[in-house]
Design a protein around this ligand. Structure first.
Ligand SMILES: *[C@@H]1O[C@H](CO)[C@@H](O)[C@H](O)[C@H]1NC(C)=O
Ligand SMILES: *[C@@H]1O[C@H](CO)[C@@H](O)[C@H](O)[C@H]1NC(C)=O
Length: 403
């Protein structure tokens, strides 16, 4: 039996499962509903002629989706008020309707100003001044002005970021198509759950993600399992019954790919549950100190081992199966800084031009050289360019000053 705590976080999930099955909407209902004509603007889209479709607001979605036309930057728009009819036009992605005063209804579609768009402006300005590093990519913002779900280091890897732009779980090789594959919805949802609970969640308390930050297509909640969509976590076959965790196989679940026959939990999760069980037994006759110092294994949200692990004497970089890649004595002051990010990233990169990792910590070396050019990078491997010159030839490597 797995511990049954933290199910509150799953309540929402089960709610979603149940409500996707709408028992009231049969085809008979639509016969009596009259549909309003809708714009065909969304049917054929191009760069200047775009729109977004919404489900028709009628009962059971009986009518054709309706189309709201996107306005371009500089076009007149209306912020609308409760008495105005439903909008047929709105400012396009990345734009907002700016009015002269708060009382005005009418304004002009203008570029949003957010942390992300400010970073883009900063980038554009440095590009025009010629002070941009050759490995710097323009930040990508989403339609609401938040940071796009991933950030890439050209030629190396891409990793997930939160809406506010900070790095979160999930990484993949650069060679894929990140805008499609790296939606990072699972790791973003996990981050949001952390804000609600205010503490790290155990493996049985959250959805399981896959290595690239999307949803693991097989999810077990307590003892019950189902298949979900990897991009949004919704049930793939909402009408299928949930399958008992002891009965999962390729016969009972379409998304099942043999990890280990019959088992759902991954290596670190298994160790976590075992450790939790030991702790529960220990509690009976242990001292406070013993309990306080008891270490549970550190698992990532894909159920494998976190890159940095430690024991009483050493800090270590490990691979996803806990194989030790590097160990450093805790008395060494470098142990504090160990993040193993470079070692982990190079292990998934398909390029032959891998970044250089620090031999003692597994971190990115602050100066990286590629194709004869050296530059400064941050702890995630992104080029940083805040001192001039920001790139030099290999011979001048020692003149480079990284902050
Ligand atoms: C976009 O499509 C509209 C309507 O089909 C057309 O009038 C317009 O010229 C097109 N614009 C471009 C840039 O292709
Ligand atoms: C901690 O791990 C290191 C590296 O694998 C090992 O050499 C050392 O013996 C371990 N120490 C303890 C107390 O287990």
């Amino acid at each position: 039996m797995k511990p049954n705590k933290g199910l509150f976080f799953f309540a929402y999930f089960i709610f979603k499962v149940k409500c996707d099955v709408n028992i009231l909407c049969t085809s008979n209902i639509c016969k009596d509903i009259k549909c309003e004509p809708v714009s065909d603007f969304c049917d054929q889209q191009n760069a200047t002629h775009r729109g977004i479709t919404f489900p028709s607001p009628t009962t059971c979605n009986c009518c054709k989706d309706y189309c709201v036309e996107y306005l371009n930057e500089g076009e007149r728009c209306s912020v609308g008020n409760p008495s105005s009819p439903p909008a047929t036009k709105m400012c396009g992605p990345g734009l907002q309707c700016k009015t002269q005063t708060d009382l005005d209804d009418d304004g002009i579609c203008s570029r949003m100003v957010t942390d992300c768009t400010k970073k883009q402006d900063e980038y554009d300005e440095r590009r025009s001044k010629g002070t941009l590093g050759s490995m710097e990519l323009r930040p990508e913002c989403d339609e609401e002005g938040y940071f796009a779900s991933y950030r890439c280091i050209p030629g190396q890897s891409c990793y997930c970021v939160s809406k506010s732009g900070s790095r979160i779980f999930g990484e993949s090789d650069f060679s894929g198509v990140p805008s499609f594959t790296m939606q990072c919805k699972c790791s973003r949802d996990y981050e949001e759950a952390l804000l609600v609970t205010g503490q790290d969640l155990g493996p049985h308390q959250h959805f399981r993600c896959s290595a690239d930050g999307s949803y693991d297509e097989l999810q077990c909640i307590g003892e019950k399992c189902l298949c979900v969509n990897r991009f949004d976590g919704s049930p793939t076959y909402p009408d299928d019954p949930l399958v008992d965790i002891n009965r999962i196989s390729s016969k009972t679940l379409n998304c099942y790919t043999a990890m280990r026959p019959g088992l759902y939990y991954r290596n670190c999760e298994d160790e976590y549950f075992q450790a939790l069980k030991n702790l529960e037994e220990m509690v009976k006759d242990a001292t406070f100190d013993e309990i306080f110092n008891y270490e549970l294994p550190k698992c990532d949200i894909d159920g494998t081992y976190k890159a940095v692990q430690e024991n009483a004497t050493h800090k270590m970089c490990v691979d996803k199966d806990k194989k030790i890649l590097l160990a450093i004595d805790k008395s060494n002051s470098l142990a504090e800084k160990m993040d193993c990010k470079c070692l982990r990233a190079t292990s998934i990169m398909s390029t032959v031009e891998k970044p250089t990792c620090d031999k003692e910590t597994g971190n990115y070396e602050t100066i990286q050289c590629r194709r004869g050019i050296c530059r400064c990078v941050d702890s995630d491997g992104n080029q940083v360019c805040n001192k001039s010159p920001c790139e030099v030839g290999v011979q001048e490597k020692n003149t480079l000053v990284c902050l």
